[in-house]
Design a binder for this molecule. Structure first.
Ligand code: ADP
Ligand code: ZN
Ligand code: ZN
Length: 729
């Protein structure tokens, strides 16, 4: 008897498999990774086979049979990875497995399923070909069909268009033995430019060569396990990192292995995808959530079958079914989009490390602004200069203390005037959208806040007040609800206000705005390409302007309120500030005109700002690592955050205390448990947070998982939302 151990893909936390199912003769091909539809209680659910056995501990008559096996199964390697994610990120096995499923296989009974697209292909037989040349008796349509087929097989769809045939015509021809038909699978393509593989020959620089050689030396041959090597490829934008990824991928393919290339948000990184496409043509599969389900499914299957050997895409492609991956690249490894912010809250960089270790692949993490974790842990490869030999632009820190009126310092205003006079391009980054960050009453100090969240409402250009956390919207007040005064001050500036101010000051110079509000109506790509093709203008936007794109003709880059993040109580603030300034500086001044970078800040002496101004990554990271060591932050510990949320504040408070005790009982003496500390109220929910710092990730995660499982069983805690975030960002 064959038994399949099946993990049903349920969303609840309190059922854990796997469960045994008896495999009927017809399902003898089921293996680990097969996706089945199984009866579960009174429901039908999708499940993944995680093991096979000859016998079950359950009596025969208690064992059910699966109802169906789906066409596409998951590679066994990914079954292991999915289970690991479910466990390591304090989620569930089924949610972890949900990450590795073929696209379109939903979980639960209503599983929306995608199937291969099958079409009818028609080919003329010998007899059919003789009939047209020999002038046999044929109807008008039949003759047209056979003529069309003289050049080779065609799809029924094409014949309908060109020869006006219908199903009946084809059936009659087939009955007479003049044509044969068969079903073929058609690949659904997504915006396929239809490019072939083009080799853009570049001669690598000495630094690139050295980096590539190190990676190649670590690449294992097909089927050979080896100890994994992980590299940090540190180089500014334009230093030739992508060229190394491309060459490393080529070498990996030559050794018979596949490659995975992770890029940050899709909207901001089409170039990397295009370059892989151009170089490797159809061997590259693209996978991302904005593709239609059919195209995604077909790309997935091309990878699964080994027809496509390279997969490029955002964080989720760390789970792509690339056969025998020998190389995993993480481009812009500092980017926070690699962390998934919903359950399972995995970090694709950690998952990539795990997968690389599992399969003996080389990991290459590239960036201009390494995370302290990577700087500390990975083997470094340096690309110290730009390929074009240009120097990085000088960075000037502009001190905003001392009552500067308006968002722009006189120095900054003068720099923009110069751009307007001389006709160049500039980028301005301000990491806040909207018009004003908040409103206050000048008479009594009343501040307008969101009724559901403890945050200020942001004034937008259209006159609406909006909460950027929950979407609550209301109209701009005419008077103060507390004192009826009509003098209401608009405080702070966002992208819209800066856009308007620049438009007025620099007219007729064109201003382009890029933030999530503008992107909602026009799309990122469109704004960026309009700016790119304009002769001159200013691009104003949130951090999106510092990502992914290079504009060779930008001569001025400005960042406003560069130290805004430093005012937040977050141990990554310094790292983020350094990264933002460096990324922005790296994207400008690449053309012949050179460039200038202005950084407006109040805390002008902050280490992140000073080091970024000197383009000194090594100095910044050394200092930042010392600080982290002293405070015991990653990479010197693992962080686990437990958040509780509920509508009744007293209840949330007391539950947080209970949770603290449950966790404290289970962790080791070396682990540090902080909190509960309040987080701001969000969407009407009061929140508390516990933070764990631990040196033993796996054990501590297990302890937390156990504590959470206990609370799930506790009635008093049941109505609370509890979330666990391992490696929080
Ligand atoms: P990064 O990924 O670090 O931003 P890229 O690999 O994109 O750098 O290189 C920047 C530009 O320089 C690209 O247009 C690329 O085609 C070109 N380039 C890279 N390496 C070389 C080289 N060795 N010789 C000439 N051009 C190169
Ligand atoms: Zn008032
Ligand atoms: Zn709100």
């Amino acid at each position: 008897m064959s038994i399949a151990k099946v993990e049903p893909l349920l969303t609840t936390r309190n059922v854990s498999g796997p469960f045994d199912y008896r495999l009927p003769e017809a399902m003898s091909e089921v293996e680990v990774g097969s996706v089945l539809v199984v009866p579960f209680g009174r429901r039908r659910v999708v499940g993944v086979v995680v093991g096979l056995a000859d016998r079950s501990d359950l009596p025969q008559d208690r064992l059910a049979e699966p109802l169906e096996a789906l066409e596409a199964g998951v590679p066994p390697e990914l079954v292991g990875l999915g289970r690991w994610v479910g466990e390591e990120y304090c989620s569930t096995t089924s949610r972890g497995l949900g990450l590795v499923l073929p696209p379109g296989v939903g979980t639960g009974a209503e599983a929306r399923r995608v199937r291969p697209l099958v079409e009818l292909e028609v080919e003329a037989t010998e007899k059919g070909l003789r009939t047209i040349s020999g002038g046999g008796r044929l109807g008008l349509r039949q003759r047209a069909v056979l003529r069309a087929l003289a050049a080779g097989p065609k799809l029924a769809r094409q014949l309908a268009a060109s020869a006006g045939s219908d199903r009946a015509t084809l059936r009659r021809l087939e009955a007479r033995g003049l044509v044969e038909t068969r079903e073929v699978e058609r690949r659904r393509r997504h915006r396929s430019p239809g490019v072939g593989a083009v080799r853009e020959g570049v001669e690598l620089t000495a630094d690139q060569r050295a980096g590539l050689d190190a990676v190649l030396a670590a690449l294992p041959d097909e089927g050979k396990a080896s100890s994994t090597r992980s590299f940090l490829l540190h180089g500014v934008t334009g230093s030739g990192k992508t060229e190394i990824y491309l060459e490393a991928a080529r070498a990996t393919l030559a050794r018979g292995r596949g490659a995975i290339v992770l890029v940050p948000e899709i909207a901001l990184t089409p170039q990397t995808m295009d370059r892989f496409r151009r170089r490797f043509g159809d061997s590259v599969a693209l996978l991302h959530s904005r593709m239609p389900a059919g195209a995604r499914y077909d790309e997935w299957r091309r990878l699964r079958s080994g027809e496509a050997r390279i997969c490029v895409g955002p964080r989720s492609v760390v789970f792509a079914p690339v056969v025998d991956p020998g190389l995993i690249v993480i481009d812009e490894e500092h980017d926070s989009s690699y962390k998934q912010e919903s359950d399972p809250r995995y970090d694709a960089r950690e998952v990539a490390r795990r997968r690389a270790a599992d399969v003996g692949a080389v990991l290459v993490c590239g960036t201009a602004t390494p995370r302290p974790e990577s700087w500390h842990e990975l083997e470094r490869l340096e690309l110290p200069s730009r390929v074009d030999g240009r120097r990085l632009p000088p960075v000037e820190i502009v001190d905003m203390r001392g009552g500067i009126r308006g968002p722009l310092h006189p120095t900054t205003r003068e720099a923009f005037n110069e751009v307007a006079r001389e006709g160049g391009k500039a980028i301005l980054l301000i990491n806040r959208r909207g018009w004003s960050t908040h409103l206050t009453c000048r008479s009594c100090g009343h501040a307008w806040e969101c009724p559901h969240c403890d945050v200020s409402l942001v004034l937008h250009r259209d006159g609406g007040l909006r909460c950027h956390h929950c979407g609550h919207a209301e109209t701009k007040p005419r008077s103060c609800p507390e004192c009826s005064s009509v003098t209401i001050a608009r405080v702070g500036s966002g992208t819209q206000r800066v856009e308007a101010e620049l438009a007025e000051r620099l007219a007729p110079l064109e201003i382009f705005r890029l933030d999530s509000d503008s992107a909602a109506s026009r799309g990122h790509a469109e704004v960026l390409s309009r700016f790119e093709s304009a002769r001159s203008g200013v691009l104003v936007g949130t951090q999106m302007v510092a990502k992914g794109h290079d504009f060779p003709d930008v001569t001025l880059s400005v960042i406003l309120d560069a130290d805004a993040a430093l005012r937040l109580p977050d141990f990554r603030s310094e790292e983020r500030t350094f990264s933002l300034i460096t990324q922005l500086a790296g994207r400008s001044g690449r053309g012949a005109a050179g460039g200038r970078v202005l950084v407006q800040a109040l805390a002008t002496g902050a280490p992140s700002i000073r080091h970024a101004a000197m383009h000194d990554s090594a100095g910044f990271l050394a200092q930042e690592l010392e600080r982290r060591r002293a405070l015991r932050y990653p990479p010197f510990s693992h962080l686990i955050e437990i958040a509780l949320a509920g509508t009744d504040e007293a209840r949330v408070e007391s539950s947080a205390e209970t949770m603290r005790e449950l966790v404290a009982d289970r962790i080791s003496a070396d682990d540090e448990l902080l909190g509960p500390a309040p987080l701001f109220r969000l969407r009407g929910k009061h929140r508390r947070r516990l933070l764990l710092k631990s040196g033993r990730r796996h054990e501590t995660v297990a302890a937390v998982r156990d504590a959470v499982a206990t609370t799930v069983r506790d009635r008093a805690l049941r109505e609370l939302a509890i979330s666990v975030d391992v490696d929080p960002q």
